[in-house]
Design a binder for this molecule. Structure first.
Ligand code: ADP
Ligand code: ZN
Length: 303
């Protein structure tokens, strides 16, 4: 299969051509401008490559309800130019092929369960901590959508008493994204997160906030593995801190093999940053197979 993959981002669009094994043949990036400028460039790229299907991992919020007339739209995104952009129908019309569509973070978790370290697991959470904070959720072998899709970067966090930083989410005073994103670290401590590696107190606090969110995900979703990615997680010292704090917060209430082996339970993303784009290949494959007769459709129970 010749599959197209597109990861949308606030500053750039990552475009790739690959196949159903996750192999990427070629890729390019296109700067993110307004859709009137950027969409024709994306279409030209994928048209020239002759892809059989395209998978799009998209910033959100997006409409994933296939019964809605607005299925495949970007909806209330803060990136104003992209609000109400009908991504799926524009690509479908221009490329005349199936278009898989999901959130960027759901694509990342799909990449990890299809091609990465979570292969074979049925319940996995992927959390990215970068410019924003977001979580992809794979539950009982499917990407979780529900009424919308998870927005688990905005779960409420109990603020530490000595933390005077106001938070930077315009919607919530103390959500995870507002308190723990890369830009929140920069505002609170007055320097970019990557320059604060030696400041222990920065990572103690960061690990506490991330651990609170993870404890909540563990209690509500019962994941078999939690994968942490995004720029901020390049600070590897966060991992042991987060693992220790999660164990303290759960306080022995849940006893499973997974939680006894925290080093293999809360883990860094391991597809060299390609989990999102590889997940988009799988989104494309799933959409292509969904339109074919059942005998060609061996792995398609995920839609
Ligand atoms: P984006 O979320 O924009 O797709 P990233 O996941 O790289 O991109 O996140 C960017 C954020 O991560 C920035 O706020 C940056 O300060 C932070 N960041 C990037 N690299 C590091 C690092 N090595 N250590 C800590 N923070 C980092
Ligand atoms: Zn928020």
């Amino acid at each position: 299969m010749r599959l197209g993959a597109l990861e949308t981002g606030g500053t750039k669009m990552v475009c790739a051509v690959g196949d159903e094994t996750g192999k990427i043949y070629e890729r390019t990036t296109i700067p993110t401008d307004a859709p009137q400028t950027t969409m024709p460039q994306l279409i030209a790229y994928f048209r020239e490559k002759g892809v059989e299907a395209l998978g799009v991992g998209c910033f959100g919020p997006i409409e994933l309800d296939r019964t809605s007339p607005r299925y495949g739209y970007i909806t209330s995104t803060p990136k104003e130019a992209w609000r109400n952009c009908p991504v799926v129908s524009v690509f479908a019309e221009a490329l005349q092929c199936p278009i898989g569509f999901d959130t960027d973070v759901n694509s990342a978790v799909l990449g990890e369960v299809t091609f990465g370290q979570a292969c074979g697991k049925r319940c996995v959470v992927y959390l990215t901590v970068g410019t924003g904070v977001g979580a992809g959720v794979y539950i009982e072998g499917k990407l979780l959508h529900g009424m919308l899709h998870p927005e688990a970067g905005h779960v409420m966090i109990r603020r530490k008493e000595n933390d005077r930083y106001a938070g930077r989410c315009p919607y919530h005073r103390n959500c995870l994204e507002g308190l723990a994103s890369g830009p929140a670290i920069r505002e609170r401590w007055g320097a970019k997160a990557e320059l604060l590696a030696n400041r222990e107190e920065v990572w103690e606090l960061e690990a506490d906030y991330i651990a609170q969110a993870l404890a909540g995900y563990i209690l509500t979703l019962s994941p078999q593995m939690i994968i942490l990615g995004g720029g901020v997680m390049h600070q590897e010292q966060l991992f042991p801190l987060i693992r220790r704090k999660v164990a303290q917060m759960l306080n022995g209430y849940i006893q499973t093999r997974e939680l006894e082996d925290m080093e293999h339970y809360i883990v860094p993303a391991a597809l060299r940053g390609d989990q999102g784009i590889m997940g988009c290949l799988e989104l494309a494959r799933l959409e292509l197979c969904a339109g074919r007769p059942a005998e060609n459709n061996k792995k398609s129970n995920q839609l």
